[in-house]
Ligand binder design. Structure first.
Ligand SMILES: NC(=O)c1ccc[n+]([C@@H]2O[C@H](COP(=O)([O-])OP(=O)(O)OC[C@H]3O[C@@H](n4cnc5c(N)ncnc54)[C@H](OP(=O)(O)O)[C@@H]3O)[C@@H](O)[C@H]2O)c1
Length: 220
């Protein structure tokens, strides 16, 4: 058994999620940002790849005090569990994702350096799955066994690619923003080799949020 998994991201109208320098670009509108904060507050876990941690150093916490309060009133922790997919245990110990605002699980593979893993264990739970790369199905099954039923994936393109390839994604939410980033090497929502046959998705809903539109697709 695995949790419900949805990808959430913000894309420029030319289909980029960052620039060629892989810097964090503010793509979401303020209206989308509010919805994303609510989606995060309604999730049991927020997952990212190590590429996103290294590029953006996100906190992955709920920003609204009100939404945090709602979680606390429900008997939940103020923030969802953060999950980092990091085969080689490259996560810097100073990264915001390891601060004490929320609990963090770092998933590594068997190739991760043991010494680094031991140091990391002082700051986060470490889950080992997979030989070379993290076995994402095993990770999701582990999260399910810990009571996690809804996972919000917040990038990046490479992690999204693997999750889709392994058939582990239920929904895909994209905010298309009125902005052009350009760059043929800029990251896109799903990076990696092209699929043998395109993965199909059904339109679930769409919503105008400021200068952009959020679309939710259900993966077939
Ligand atoms: N606009 C948005 O909404 C948004 C959201 C998030 C990120 N971003 C942007 O996306 C870029 C980062 O994306 P990214 O594609 O470089 O990195 P990523 O998807 O965040 O992380 C990819 C890394 O995860 C590790 N990994 C471990 N197991 C894996 C598996 N089974 N499948 C896939 N990856 C696995 C790999 O590194 P190891 O082999 O070393 O473990 C891989 O290189 C940044 O520029 C960031 O700004 C944009």
């Amino acid at each position: 058994m695995r949790p419900f998994v949805f990808i959430n991201l913000a894309s420029s109208l030319d289909g980029k999620i960052s620039n060629e320098r892989r810097e964090q670009v503010r793509i979401s509108s303020p209206e989308d940002f509010e919805v994303v904060d609510r989606l995060r507050a309604e999730s049991d876990a927020v997952m990212v790849g190590i590429g996103t941690i290294i590029s953006d150093d996100p906190k992955l916490t709920v920003k609204s005090e009100e939404l945090k309060m709602v979680r606390l009133e429900k008997g939940l922790k103020a923030n969802p569990t953060r999950v980092v997919v990091d085969s080689r245990c490259r996560i810097p110990l100073s990264s915001h994702t390891l601060n004490d605002e929320a609990e963090t699980i770092v998933a590594v593979s068997r190739r991760a350096d043991r010494e680094k893993v031991e140091k990391l264990r002082q700051k986060a739970e470490v889950f080992v799955a997979g030989e070379e790369r993290v076995n994402l199905r095993a990770l999701l099954e582990h999260l399910y066994s810990r009571g996690i039923r809804k996972v919000m994936v917040e990038g990046g393109g490479e992690l999204n690619h693997s999750l889709i390839k392994d058939g582990l994604v239920d929904e895909f939410r994209v905010f298309y923003s009125g902005m052009i980033i350009g760059g043929k090497n800029s990251p896109t929502p799903v990076d990696g080799g092209s699929f043998e046959t395109p993965v199909k998705a059904e339109l679930k809903s769409y919503e105008v949020l400021g200068n952009g539109i959020a679309v939710i697709w259900r993966l077939c």
